[in-house]
Design a protein around this ligand. Structure first.
Ligand SMILES: *Cc1c(COP(=O)(O)O)cnc(C)c1O
Length: 405
């Protein structure tokens, strides 16, 4: 057999452009140094300040800093009283954490398909998934584009359900003029993982306007102890405390919070840059590819730029399989040009654990399945230069031209 190698001219930039890079500079170093020099490195004044400033940034009454968004969602579900055997509605188009926190309670995640335009949970499909066991809904603001919260909150009110937002991608994001973090749900959970829109390396935040929920999260984040433990070691503190529940160890250190304070101050600038990059991409690709539809009343955080490859038009008899192969090829071609890319998300119902535990088939959630097969996430972060953006645009254009000839 002779393998035919067709000459394939392409432009390769150097060095490799990673898919995600945090925007760190002297300001993080300075604030982290301050924490180290102060001698107080775990939860203390910096964490309190970060909470206060974050609460102000999203206009929420309370902000509780924790060591991940996963921890934040675990605490939020605990404080709404989720029990074994309960059900929680969410979409399969998300990261592992959204559903695994439901499993922590031996409760069941019940998946509902997404809206094709936004990758977010489809509110029109929620009510038919509600049963007497349903306790809560977890909408995910995929890529930083807020879910249809007005409809979701109305459904929740009608059926007496809690709403916990997975806002891992959604700081700073807006919906109908209000910040995500203060949209009227029971709690909103943010992530400060290294690749997210602001980072503390590892970290998360719960925001809420509910005093009792905030208090419960605070207590459970630190061993179920009923007062701020750090006060025990200060002059005005005492040695006495009370364990009121078997809690967890989810508090955020002052080292992490120091980084968060520096990041918070840059959040607007970083968002502005991501927005610029998104606009450049959209302007360049709108002729050649089907893109996610912009939804005007929503303030996108632009954590992800989710390209939708339009491989269907008259090319694909076998449907999905073909798209998936073409998508893999597309990412390979980007890599050959030294550009990192990713896929968001492999829907949870396709994974062995959820498939085996709940007997899901790929087509149980046909929109999530179809969109997954043709999605490619491009680099979008404030450290990218205009040249970097130009390289991504040129590479995508080159690859699509190659595909159509
Ligand atoms: C990253 C992410 C999480 C988990 O965040 P951690 O801070 O790493 O726990 C949850 N949900 C979504 C959608 C995410 O992308």
């Amino acid at each position: 057999m002779i393998e035919v190698i067709t000459p394939n001219h392409h432009h390769t930039r150097t060095p490799f452009l990673p898919f995600a890079v945090p925007d760190l500079d002297e300001s993080e170093i300075e604030l982290v140094n301050e924490a180290i020099r102060s001698g107080w490195i775990t939860t203390g004044p910096k964490a309190l300040q970060f909470e206060a400033e974050f609460a102000r940034a999203v206009a929420a009454k309370h902000a509780i800093a924790v060591n991940s968004c996963t921890a934040a969602m675990h605490l939020a579900l605990e404080s709404i009283g989720l029990q074994r055997g309960d059900e929680v509605i969410t979409s399969p188009y998300t990261f592992a954490a959204t559903a695994e926190v439901v499993r922590y309670f031996d409760a069941a995640p019940v998946f509902v398909d997404i809206e094709p335009a936004t990758f977010n949970i489809d509110p029109a499909l929620i009510e038919q998934a509600i049963t007497p066991r349903t306790k809560a809904i977890i909408p995910v603001h995929v890529g930083g584009l807020p879910a249809e919260m007005e409809e979701i909150l109305a459904i929740a009110r009608k059926h007496g359900l809690a709403v916990i937002e997975d806002a891992a991608h959604a700081f700073p994001a807006m919906y109908n003029g209000a910040m995500v973090g203060n949209l009227g749900s029971n709690a909103t959970c943010f992530s400060f993982y290294a690749t997210k829109t602001i980072t503390t390396a590892e970290g998360g935040m719960i925001t809420t306007n509910d005093d009792a929920l905030a208090e419960r999260c605070r207590i459970m984040a630190l061993h179920g102890i009923s007062k701020d433990a750090w006060k025990r070691y200060t002059a005005e503190g005492s040695w006495y405390d009370e364990i009121v529940s078997a809690g967890y160890k989810y508090n955020m250190s002052d080292i992490a919070a120091a980084m968060g304070l520096a990041q918070l101050r840059k959040a607007e600038r970083m968002l502005k840059r991501r927005k610029q990059i998104a606009e450049s991409y959209t302007a360049a690709f709108s002729h050649i590819l089907t893109l996610r539809a912009p939804v005007s009343s929503r303030g996108h955080a632009w954590h992800l730029y989710m390209l939708r490859l339009d491989f269907e038009d008259g090319r694909s008899e076998s449907g999905g399989r073909r798209s998936e192969r073409d998508r893999a090829w597309f990412i390979e071609e980007l890599k050959r040009r030294n550009i990192g890319a990713s896929v968001h998300f492999i829907p949870l119902h396709l994974y062995p654990y959820y498939k085996q535990t709940y007997g899901y088939n790929p087509l149980d959630f046909p929109i999530a399945y179809r969109e997954y097969q043709r999605e490619v996430s491009l680099p979008i972060y404030s450290k990218m230069t205009d040249e970097d953006v130009g390289d991504v645009v040129a590479a995508v254009q080159e690859i699509t031209e190659q595909y159509s000839c």
